[in-house]
Write a protein that binds this ligand. Sequence first.
Ligand code: SF4
Ligand code: SF4
Length: 296
Amino acid sequence: MKEIVVISGKGGTGKTSIVASFAALADKKVLADCDVDAADLHLVLNPRIEYREDFSGGKKARILDDECVACDRCIEECRFDAIHYPVSTDGKDAQTPQINPIFCEGCGVCLRVCPAEAIAFEDAVNGEWYTSTTNYGYMVHARLGFAEGNSGKLVTIVRREAKKIAERDGLDYIIVDGSPGIGCPVIASVTGSDLVLIVTEPTLSGKHDLARVAELTAHFRIPALVCVNKWDLNPEVTEEIETDAKQRGVRVAGRVRYDNAITKAQIMKTSVVEYTGGAVSKDIKTVWRNVIYALG
Ligand code: SF4
Ligand code: SF4
């Protein structure tokens, strides 16, 4: 079983369209959407949820009104400014402060300074993860709550569950739609994988993104390939990106041309390779063949 992670330096490079086409092209695979901050693979693959589970990425504090003696120590010590007396709506002043769960970072300082044991410190539900069926096989995906952190931990869960399915069903591939950028979620997306495909665009920022992501894959010693999406919008920069990639030990998996069919396929909730048999579809098939070849 091989795990392929598709990543990009930033969102909006066409990464998810390429993953959806890989989903249609690969035999015996499970899909994992690790772009948990802005998941959109489900928009194309129409998953039917079979199992869901809460995700707890940390703790949140809550004031127990009956115990609180309103000493305000917690307000003074909370460096995230998460504790306030609520604004009165009925003319009566609140007797105890409240903790805003959006601002609470779960550091536990209020718990330590409270003289009245008036603070509960509980697992926070930060999101959900799901196992679903799609027309392309199983898919594991997730939703992170608004303004919630710990997306790296959620990414790790999504990959772990996809791997369990692959092992259970004897599948050949885990195809991962990775998080964009180079932060904690993308590190959680790529570590221990067999191959990373970097999708970028022919712009100066795309060139810069490739350099950053290539440094990341080199650091973790993961074989990497690059694919320039919409390459024909700027062939010169495409050449520069590919030259730079080769110098960094990143092989070229192929180029995907600009084509409105990519947007139309998304609107029709299908993959590009199923929507059209045209040139852009052939481009993506070439990239997939090269990915498989690189896996050996
Ligand atoms: S746990 Fe930390 S961030 Fe949350 S309210 Fe207490 S002191 Fe503030
Ligand atoms: S430190 Fe404890 S007793 Fe004092 S205001 Fe905060 S919750 Fe209430």
